[in-house]
Write a protein that binds this ligand. Structure first.
Ligand SMILES: Nc1nc2c(ncn2[C@@H]2O[C@H](COP(=O)(O)OP(=O)(O)OP(=O)(O)O)[C@@H](O)[C@H]2O)c(=O)[nH]1
Ligand SMILES: [Mg+2]
Length: 443
């Protein structure tokens, strides 16, 4: 996520970190590099200028010039400024007691329909709403209604639609249904255009008047260029946007233009889309994003994710067993299952501060495949064998497992050897914390 910007800013920050004493010319050099990094990542020029001005002022104001360890303080200043540019605080989404209404707007293909479903599903997962209704108010693209219906069916969310009706009527009738059938959340998916369009704007204004939404969200994708700022400005003039969603942050897009909307128009980013799947969607936290961009990890998001997908009781038991010296192959299988639920290992690594730089990325890339392979082999073992790894050295058992799993003897031996060394390293982690974790990869 935002790797392009991250890599460049981190390089500038490394320079700051290396200086024992920060001289005036160092400050100029570092801010120049930050400026180039931001511009390269497509951040709007006005935002960049303001950013640099603030960083310089704060660096001078905090009198770090000429002081020891100024590098660290410089990083803190940049981190604070980045957080501010990204909106400062996490946008607070207020849900009404009886019924909350959201309206999605944005250009064609920005991710409105997908985000409509993702957002509703997010609120359901967090148990913030009980009975949601999605209104399909895009009558222009032939497959648009169908797209929302399919998503609704997949996620078990009701969809209100009408074929061959005016958008205004669909929204009016949809809202009426929500009232009479006590839906507590309504979200309206609207049509997009390739560029700003008077007719569409008027239609959206009408929809706003009919539905009186609590939130009007502007959906922008990270791939957008500078023009997205003019588009957002116009949408804002007509509709008074309350927040935005930035989608496709999983792509290698530079992202700077979409992110600039926040600062320029004073519209907070409420959510981000990070992939095609329904659960690739999150609340946006400016401070955590700044940490991530500057390579400081995002442990809070990691913990939240873990809480969402991992069975706590199981994990606790597993954790105790891991470091008890009794860790067996069934525990390993269980932990592999839990790990897989968290997502790709190569992505998780990025959330842990300092870990990415400590380990060899090429080894990490193989980890996801290895997890799959080990799952297959362990699944071919009996419970007795999993709990008593000594049995696995017996040839007849070994042959049976290899045959049953359809894997090679070499792969089998590798698993057994790695399991042995893993058991040892588990003890090391319990002694050394995260440093021990990093050692897992440094063979
Ligand atoms: N990788 C990735 N793809 C996304 C994300 N959000 C949406 N997409 C994809 O972007 C494409 C367009 O998404 P839609 O939700 O249909 O966009 P839309 O704004 O409703 O488009 P129109 O209805 O044509 O205006 C789809 O293929 C989505 O799967 C995201 O966060 N990451
Ligand atoms: Mg759509």
């Amino acid at each position: 996520m935002l790797d392009f910007l991250g890599k460049r800013l981190q390089k500038a920050m490394e320079k700051a970190n290396k200086k024992t004493v920060l001289k005036e010319e160092d400050l100029l050099e570092i801010t120049r590099e930050i400026k180039i990094a931001l511009l390269d990542a497509d951040v709007n020029l006005l935002v960049v200028k303001d950013f640099i001005k603030e960083v310089k002022e704060k660096a001078i104001g905090s009198e770090i010039i000429g002081k020891l360890n100024a590098g660290q303080q410089m990083i803190k200043i940049v981190n604070d400024e980045l957080t501010r540019v990204l909106g400062g605080k996490t946008k607070e989404i207020k849900l009404q007691n009886n019924r909350t209404v959201f309206m999605m707007t944005g250009l064609q293909g920005s991710g409105k329909t997908t985000s409509t479903a993702k957002l509703t599903s997010y609120f359901l997962r967090k148990k913030l709403i009980k009975k949601p209704l999605m209104i399909a108010a895009d009558i222009y693209r032939p497959a648009a209604i169908e797209q929302l219906k399919v998503l609704g069916k997949q996620l078990n969310i009701d969809v209100y639609f009408e074929n061959d009706s005016k958008v205004e009527d669909i929204v009016k009738n949809g809202m009426e249904k929500a009232r009479t059938e006590f839906y507590d959340f309504v979200i309206i998916d609207t049509a997009g255009r390739l560029s700003i369009d008077e007719v569409l704007m008027q239609e959206l204004v009408n929809v706003k008047q009919i539905a009186r939404p609590d939130e009007i969200l502007f959906v922008a994708d990270a791939l957008s260029g500078q023009d997205i700022i003019n588009v957002a400005t116009t949408f804002n003039e007509y509709l008074n946007l309350t927040s935005s969603i930035i989608t496709k942050l999983d792509s290698d897009a530079r992202g700077g233009a979409a992110l600039s909307i926040t600062k320029l128009l004073n519209i907070p980013i409420a959510f981000i889309g990070t992939g095609e799947k329904t659960n690739n969607f999150d609340l946006f936290h400016p401070d955590r994003m700044a940490d991530r961009i500057l390579g400081m990890g995002d442990v809070l998001s990691l913990i939240e994710k873990a809480e969402e997908v991992i069975d706590k009781d199981k994990a606790e038991k597993l954790g105790k067993r891991m470091f008890s010296g009794n860790f067996n192959l069934d525990d390993l299988l269980n932990s592999l299952h839990q790990m897989k639920k968290m997502g790709k290992f190569s992505k998780i690594i990025k959330l842990i501060p300092g870990l990415e730089s400590k380990i060899d990325i090429s080894q990490v890339e193989g980890v996801d495949e290895k997890i799959k392979l080990y799952e297959i082999i362990i699944s071919s073992m009996t419970m007795e064998e999993r709990k008593n790894p000594k049995l696995l050295k017996i040839n007849s058992r070994k042959e049976r497992i290899i045959k049953g799993s359809g894997r090679t003897a070499q792969e089998y031996n590798k698993l057994i050897n790695e399991f042995d060394s893993l058991s040892k390293k588990m003890k090391e982690i319990s002694k050394n914390g995260m440093g021990g974790f990093a050692n897992l990869f440094n063979k």
